[in-house]
Design a protein around this ligand. Sequence first.
Ligand SMILES: C[S@@+](CC[C@H](N)C(=O)[O-])C[C@H]1O[C@@H](n2cnc3c(N)ncnc32)[C@H](O)[C@@H]1O
Length: 271
Amino acid sequence: MTVDVENTAPANFAERYESVLLPVIFQPWAREIVERAAPADGEDILDLACGTGVVTRQVVQSGVTPGSLTGVDHNADMLAVARHRAAEAGIEAEWLEADAGDLPFSDDRFDLAFCQQALQFFPDRPRALRELHRVLRPSGRAVFCVQRELDINPLLRSQAAALDAHVGTKAGEAVRAICGLPDAEEIRALFEEAGFRDIAVETVSLDLHHPDGRRFAAGAMGGMHTGDKLSRISQDQQQQCIDDFLAGLGDCFDGQAIRFPHVSNVVEARA
Ligand SMILES: C[S@@+](CC[C@H](N)C(=O)[O-])C[C@H]1O[C@@H](n2cnc3c(N)ncnc32)[C@H](O)[C@@H]1O
């Protein structure tokens, strides 16, 4: 069976992220980290590098009534989807375009900050964590998740290999960057140097799935944050790339559905 990559493609990366990647990957992680943080009524909550706002929506879905909700991202397209989805859900939140290294807030503004799958992409991680520490109140909490290495993440490993082979190593590199900060001790040191305390870093593996592996692959590999990866190659090559991706998943693909472990470090710390 073939899948038409173009017809699985919403207009831009942010829309594709929201419709393809979010339900399979980022929504389950949002549930995990919000449950761990257990936000309390009245808390001022920051969603750092919020993307399309899944963590903020999950906070509200958890039943809590926050004091305020604020999402920050440097990508205007992601924020546009975040605004739209929050408005649809009747969620009041402020969405701001800013760099993690230069947060537009006064000191001691938040009780709790989430940062889901983004620390690895920050060009200046020490600066971003110092900024976060500054805007958190004394004893305020930070909860992050950061993807672990490719070797134990079969979905990303297979995606990177298929993109290397069919699109080029730059395309594979974009996937490897997702696993660019896998080491718990390096993460702990970054938090310590930024002034955080009570730092816990724990490996967490979620069992994720999609009922149609081909459809997921076409959507997930066609558009990525570093640009469109598949449309520059022929339809035949696109199908070959998707076939190789699915074959590379081994037991995680049963011929129809995909089911895979998705492994990250979850960081909990206090300012
Ligand atoms: C994999 S997405 C995760 C988004 C969201 N946290 C989620 O769980 O769906 C990474 C996000 O980090 C954002 N990002 C990367 N570097 C950033 C920076 N220096 N400042 C602010 N946002 C950044 C990207 O724009 C993107 O939305």
